[in-house]
Design a protein around this ligand. Structure first.
Ligand code: 5GP
Ligand code: ZN
Length: 147
């Protein structure tokens, strides 16, 4: 289990997502450029649950600048149809929480892409970590589809 799961990260040096960016913690990475990184959520609501983060640490939306917000939105729009298609989802939730009061649990800004299915109640948080094998398999399928 990685340290940040449901943790309370407030400082960059203790931030699990900064550690994944720096290669100091494992992550199933789908895509990265100079501004953003996209990787699989360790405890997916459903297979293919993806997180999109800025490389620069921001706790939440309140300090993001326009260029960072644009770069994040571009990747959400680019990945959304691919995640939906690869997972066979009926719909896709795009969610983003800011502050503990809003339910945020990792304090490095991130957008969730969550595959949704008819008859399955909508959730933002998964209940348990997925197996490393299932995450690796899904990451490979998504990386191939992104090419
Ligand atoms: P939030 O509640 O802040 O919107 O969502 C944080 C998300 O980060 C949760 O869905 C949680 O499962 C995920 N998460 C927490 N720790 C880790 C980790 O170490 N690696 C990955 N890939 N995801 C994590
Ligand atoms: Zn961070």
């Amino acid at each position: 289990m990685q340290g940040g799961l449901f943790g309370d990260e407030t400082a960059t040096e203790n931030c699990i997502f900064c550690k994944i960016i720096a290669g100091k913690a494992p992550g199933h990475i789908l895509y990265r450029n100079d501004e953003v990184m996209c990787f699989l959520d360790i405890a997916p609501v459903s297979a293919g649950h993806t997180l999109i983060i800025p490389l620069k640490h921001h706790d939440n939306i309140f300090t993001l600048n326009d260029a960072e917000a644009t770069a994040l939105a571009i990747q959400a729009r680019r990945l959304a149809p691919i995640v939906k298609r690869v997972t066979g989802a009926d719909g896709l939730g795009v969610h983003q929480l800011n502050g503990r009061a809003a339910g945020q649990t990792v304090f490095h800004y991130h957008t969730h892409l969550i595959p949704c299915f008819h008859g399955k109640p909508m959730q933002i948080h998964g209940r348990k970590p997925a197996s490393q094998d299932s995450l690796a398999d899904m990451a490979e399928r998504l990386r191939t589809a992104l090419k």
